[in-house]
Design a protein around this ligand. Structure first.
Ligand code: SAM
Length: 219
């Protein structure tokens, strides 16, 4: 899968990127649109997001899709991202909390306590073992009918998007920081059939960049 950046490299990178992150991730729009229409967001009362970045998607969900009773917790490795997301979500008061982590994939939440665990454009910068660690932690904290919601870079399925994802992988192999540490990943291959039921998977495209949107339920 190619070498991943270390946690300290990622923290420095995203501390430097700051608010530019929303512009640099120009390719995430269609994936966010697809993801906002998919799960029954109105039924979600508790959710946690790994790698919330600037809190852009959380703000959209809290403003438009989640019920007024829903509570959101955002976690991020970068202090700069956490500060931006806290500022952005401050009007939601105690319904939205954002915390800095040391990058470990375990969360101090009770087993079976969450309706939704979300990660967008994060698994594609984690090592294979960290992706596995995140998925087992998501499985632990989700209720039996909860939803894992993931979006991220993936492999193309058309001539143009196949070319773009190969170029992206090449850039990641040589200049990983240029692409935010992210590379195309097929998250489905990490979801064991015994643990997860994939409810939805689609590939969307923006400017030739393919992203996968995936929703799964723990078994
Ligand atoms: C490409 S950005 C995506 C931000 C946001 N989810 C989005 O889609 O716009 C990746 C984010 O994940 C955070 N991150 C990377 N590794 C992490 C880890 N191990 N734990 C928590 N956050 C992490 C980075 O600091 C950064 O904010």
């Amino acid at each position: 899968m190619g070498a991943s950046l270390s946690r300290s490299q990622l923290r420095r990178l995203y501390d430097r990127t700051g608010r530019w992150q929303d512009i640099l991730s120009f390719y995430s729009g269609p994936a966010f649109d697809a993801l906002c229409t998919r799960p029954d967001w109105g039924a979600v009362q508790s959710m946690v997001e790994l790698g919330c970045g600037t809190g852009r998607l959380a703000e959209r969900l809290l403003r438009t899709h989640l019920s007024d009773e829903a509570h959101y917790l955002g976690l991020d490795l970068s202090g700069r991202m956490v500060a931006i997301a806290q500022d952005r979500l401050s009007s939601f008061r105690s319904r939205a909390r954002v915390r800095q982590t040391d990058g470990r994939l375990s969360v101090d939440l009770e087993a079976g306590s969450q309706d939704c665990v979300m990660a967008t454009y994060v698994l594609d910068l984690l090592s294979a073992s960290d992706i596995q660690a995140f998925l087992s932690e998501a499985h632990r904290v989700l209720r039996s009918w909860g939803r894992l919601v993931v979006a991220g870079l993936t492999w193309g399925d058309t001539p143009v998007t196949r070319l773009v994802s190969s170029i992206w992988k090449g850039l990641h192999a040589r200049w990983s920081t240029w692409v935010g540490g992210c590379r195309p990943v097929d998250v489905r291959r990490f979801l064991g059939e015994a643990q997860w039921d994939i409810r939805h998977h689609e590939v969307v495209r923006a400017w030739g960049v393919p992203s996968a949107v995936l929703i799964a339920e723990p078994r």
